[in-house]
Design a protein around this ligand. Structure first.
Ligand code: ZN
Length: 599
């Protein structure tokens, strides 16, 4: 009833359901402003290089350094916003068949990378400032606005190489990494499996697996895995060994101790805090194992296979037309406070959200924002519960991005590690709101789906982290690891979080050929980190709504300090106990599912 009444209100409000790129960016692809904007960025990079390439005063003198940093910041603002490239890549997201956009996004992207390369000498030179001067600059009041930036540059400098070496590594990364990964992907995309009288592509087969009944699901899953083993794994074996060895060479040249060190430094995290996270989750694998025993019961099976990992246990009938979805999400942001609601409404009124599926539109959902550029959200909204959760998730990203704009330009981008915090926080709140209204039978399905998602982003990603680490170490020690052994290793680590209920077969391990995450070294921990922190924040918020002030402080901090320091400011210490609190929150959900499913 309540929902119906407010629906009327939403309908009357001004709202655009499609991106208004003409108003937010350029009139069209031939808008003369595009070339002008591009020329301005290129010329600013050239001027900057000309001015500072042979200059040394800023490396010794506080006042000169302040002026140079200000100019660098103005330049960063221009480069980051790079509106011409953003405009065409957004057009491409709306229509993947837009050839003009595809061509121009690539062409302008290339021009901007070349222009940007002209300025990399600046950070490298700052890194070479004498130790005593570094300390002096870090204490300087005049430079206090740039303190965290300088601290990062000075700390990262010990891993810098010379400018020509950096350039070589940059250019070589295409042949030593990119083309290998592309090659495996291409080979994989060409594969088909024979299913019910037809040859269907692997991607289509994978989507089918989740919705098929058990017997068929397992047969099709096996066909996919066998195809990966027989047609892709020889090439993938060489590829993974090459890409991991290239990473080893880079780490050795730069002096990184552990395979994960570069990623953690890049995300501005503290190594101890991330190792705490990994060990807290690994210790809690029995929590995810329990989920799979409940899942087996829901599927009426004694044991599960790897094919059943993402299988549906039912469907929720409740439908959420867009008006209802917006009403639900509005309520969450309204409860959080007026500035949250204001950002959400602005995202709707200004044509910054593209709601519905369209032919050739990119699938899935994302939020994208840059310094000095409008934040955009893309959705493929249907009337499902999942759509409402996704709306809250992406708007969480949008709120975080918009609030970070309170910072000065160089600090507006937040670390990848905290990216999934705000999104999963609001997603969790809207889920609880909807959950209350469901029937008992629907509650089982909805809760199962939610936990399955949580386990995929926390336990599975940490198991993947453990797998990656062991594989990196093995390749570093042995020089080359055979595909059979990579597959075995993957099975070992997947079994660790899935537990005894899920019986793995040898062929399942060949999933390594197609898992893109393992090629983005240790990136997976950012999912677990963001998600667990958001769970812990949620606990506090539910106990005491005034905790939103701390959350607002975190969301407004952008990248002005390391994630650990930002959380500390909000009274949160990211130690092992803290991560355990987040895990307990999920364990409670699993207990509830257990109870509901026994009713
Ligand atoms: Zn997200």
């Amino acid at each position: 009833m309540f929902i119906m009444k407010t629906t009327e209100k939403v309908k009357n409000k001004k709202m655009k359901t499609e991106w208004d790129l003409g108003k937010l960016f350029y009139k069209n692809g031939n808008d003369p402003k595009i070339e002008l904007d591009l020329a301005e960025i290129v010329s600013l990079c050239e001027q900057f290089e000309k001015k500072y390439r042979n200059e040394t005063a800023y490396l010794e003198n506080e006042e000169a350094l302040y002026a140079a940093l200000q100019e660098c910041e103005a330049l960063t603002k221009k480069i980051a916003s790079s509106k011409p490239v953003l405009y065409f890549s957004y057009r491409l997201a709306l229509n993947t068949a837009d050839k003009e956009a595809e061509g121009k996004a690539a062409k302008y992207g290339d021009i901007l990378i070349k222009a940007h390369t002209k300025t990399i000498f600046f950070d490298l030179s700052l890194g070479k400032i004498q130790k005593e001067d570094q300390e002096k600059f870090l204490k300087s009041e005049r430079l206090s606005d740039y303190r965290y930036l300088l601290k990062k540059i000075f700390e990262n400098a010990k891993y810098d190489l010379t400018e020509p070496e950096e350039k070589i590594l940059n250019f070589k990364s295409v042949t030593s990494r990119g083309m290998w990964i592309d090659g495996v992907e291409k080979l994989q995309n060409k594969q088909t499996v024979h299913w019910e009288g037809k040859n269907i592509p692997l991607s289509e087969a994978r989507e089918l697996v989740a919705i098929l009944p058990t017997k068929k699901r397992r047969t099709l899953h096996r066909l996919i895995m066998e195809k990966l083993r027989d047609a892709v794994s020889d090439f993938a074996e060489s590829e993974i060994n090459a890409v991991y060895t290239d990473k080893k060479i880079g780490d050795e040249l730069r002096g990184f101790k552990e395979p994960y060190s570069a990623t953690i430094l890049g995300y501005e995290n503290d190594e101890k805090s991330i190792l705490n996270l990994v060990s807290a989750v690994t210790d809690a694998f029995p929590v995810s194992q329990k989920f799979y025993t409940i899942k087996a019961r829901l599927l009426k099976e004694k044991a599960l296979t790897y094919a059943d990992r993402g299988a549906d246990v039912g469907k929720t009938k409740a439908k959420f037309p867009i008006e209802n979805g917006i009403t639900l999400v509005t309520k969450i942001f309204e409860d959080a406070g007026p500035q949250y609601k204001e950002i959400f409404e602005r995202m709707l009124a200004n044509g910054q959200t593209d709601f519905f599926p369209k032919q050739n539109k990119r699938s899935g959902a994302f939020c994208s924002g840059e310094i000095e550029s409008p934040t955009l959200v893309l959705l493929n909204y249907t009337d499902s519960l999942r759509s409402v959760e996704t709306l809250a998730h992406e708007m969480g990203h949008a709120v975080h991005t918009e609030m970070s704009k309170k910072q000065r330009p160089i600090y507006q981008n937040y670390s990848t590690a905290v990216a999934e915090t705000a999104s999963t926080f609001f997603e969790g709140l809207v889920f609880e709101e909807v959950f209350k209204t469901l029937s008992d039978k629907e509650k089982i399905v909805a809760l199962h789906d939610k936990i399955q998602g949580d386990i995929a982003s926390i336990f599975r990603q940490v198991a993947c982290f453990n797998f990656e680490l062991e594989l990196h170490k093995k390749i570093r020690e042995e020089g080359f690891v055979q595909k059979e052994d990579i597959a075995k290793l993957l099975n070992k680590h997947m079994s660790a979080y899935l537990g005894k209920t899920v019986k793995m077969e040898d062929v399942d391990g060949y999933f390594f050929t197609s898992w893109s995450h393992i090629r983005n070294f240790f990136y997976v921990y950012s999912y677990a980190y963001g998600q667990l922190i958001s769970r812990a924040l949620c606990e506090e918020y539910k106990k005491d709504h005034t905790f939103i002030e701390k959350i607002t402080e975190f969301l407004s901090a952008g990248g002005s300090a390391s994630p650990e320091d930002i959380f500390k400011r909000c009274g949160i210490t990211t130690d092992k106990e803290f991560f355990k609190k987040g895990i307990q929150n999920i364990a409670r959900d699993i207990d509830e599912l257990d109870k509901l499913s026994k009713k």
